[in-house]
Design a protein around this ligand. Structure first.
Ligand code: SF4
Length: 408
């Protein structure tokens, strides 16, 4: 099983906290659509030329940017190219990210007729002052109306919400969660506000115009998220993701379980587990340069890396602990030794304190352990480095992981 990701790089307005590649215009939309279709063909040709066995693709994700700025006909032209060149499962999960506000019933019906069966809304808050602070273009009422409309067409609707905003109280955050639940969503992604380098928000922090929420309040709100959502039938299946049973995002699970995914569009990142190697690549993060490369018949790749055993091990531990657990057989296949042996002392200590447990063939964090997943991962990786010095070189950061540990 594998996934397909398409990055739509247009937004009406750049949000102050956003570090994803997008531009505040839809000019050049026609050229972009032609280029994506051409990239789909080029990548399918490249897979065939490399002798890669055909795969079944069971998830498609239109992310961005704001895919819902494209009409059903425009999304349909990309879907047609994907269906022409890749084998897509009959029950594939097909997600589109949407912004509340301008959606109409006609467009929603149009997306559904293309096979889209999951919508993910960037709501972020149900309070107008918080939305203004985040520089979102929609109001809380527009979000409520869009979600109600979407729910009348789609069963599977997800919301993104952000907590730990400056001056936000735990009670206010709880009211955002409760409103999301009340609107009938089956999936909530809840992220703590991050001051990413290069964003306007971070510049405001550096200029002393905003102060991040205190760490203990951030931790309290995380606890509030877990307890409120658990109390309403949501299960946490990743550090920041919660779903009613059966509503988990299969596409994102594919990222965390390190399944292959092809990616198209500027700044899109892909991962291919081929017969002899595992490769990650990233496309050019600039629309003009992306168009130039594709129109010349060149793959628009900015970086690519064949994963060493060390990187695979780091990814297996880091991504696994943040989600459904470290797959111990996969670790053993690469490392040649059981993680439970090589990091026995660390695992026993965290297990005794109730942070991790062995769950079948996986090492998972508990609810208490989720907040510390990254720290536990780093300790386990250090233990592997000490135990396998010929395979692992100590390093302070995990460079290849940033592309798969985030969500729009
Ligand atoms: S957060 Fe979403 S809507 Fe805002 S700029 Fe980023 S991609 Fe666009």
């Amino acid at each position: 099983m594998a996934g397909l990701y398409i990055h739509i790089p247009f937004c009406e307005k750049k949000c102050i906290y956003c570090s994803f590649y997008s531009i505040e215009t839809i000019e050049g939309k026609g050229r972009f659509l032609s280029a994506v279709v051409r990239e789909i063909d080029m990548r399918a040709d490249a897979l065939e030329a490399a002798g890669e066995a055909p795969r079944l693709y069971d998830t498609i994700f239109f992310g961005g940017g704001t895919p819902s700025l494209l009409s059903p006909e425009e999304i349909g032209s990309i879907m047609a190219a994907l269906r022409r060149r890749f084998t897509i499962g009959d029950d594939a999960e097909i997600t589109m990210e949407c912004n509340p506000g301008a959606l109409t019933a006609e467009w929603l019906e149009g997306y559904r007729s293309l096979g889209v069966n999951r919508l993910s809304f960037g709501v972020q808050s149900f309070h107008d002052d918080e939305l203004r602070f985040l520089s979102r273009i929609h109001t809380a009422d527009e979000a409520r109306r869009s979600i109600a409309l979407a729910r009348s067409v789609f069963e599977n609707v997800s919301l993104d919400l952000i907590f730990a905003l400056p001056n936000q109280t735990r009670e206010r955050w709880r009211s955002n969660l409760l409103e999301g639940i009340r609107l009938g969503t089956g999936h909530i992604s809840a992220y703590s506000l991050i001051f990413e380098e290069g964003t306007r928000l971070n510049a405001m922090r550096l200029a002393g115009e905003v102060t991040p929420a205190p760490e203990d309040l951030d931790a309290d709100m995380y606890e509030e998220t877990m307890s409120t959502l658990a109390g309403h039938g949501f299960e946490q299946y990743e550090v920041s993701n919660y779903a009613r049973p059966g509503r988990e995002c299969r596409h994102n699970i594919g990222y965390w379980e390190r399944r292959s995914y092809m990616a198209f569009g500027p700044s899109a990142h892909g991962f291919l587990r081929g017969a002899g190697s595992q490769v990650r690549w990233g496309n050019i993060s600039n629309l003009s340069a992306y168009l130039g490369a594709v129109e010349e018949g060149t793959l628009p790749v900015a970086s690519s890396e064949v994963l060493s055993p060390q990187l695979m091990i780091e990814e297996i531990i880091f991504l696994g602990l943040r989600s459904s657990g470290v797959m111990l057989d996969e670790f053993q296949k690469i490392a040649g030794i059981d993680l439970a042996d090589i990091a026995a002392k660390e695992i026993a200590a965290y297990a005794n304190d109730g942070y991790v447990l062995r769950n079948g063939g996986r090492l998972t964090v508990t609810r208490k352990g989720y907040a510390f997943a990254d720290r536990i991962a780093l300790e386990l990786i250090s233990a592997v480095e000490r135990g396998l010095p010929t395979l692992m070189e100590p390093r302070l950061i995990l460079p290849s992981l940033t592309v798969v540990a985030s969500a729009a």
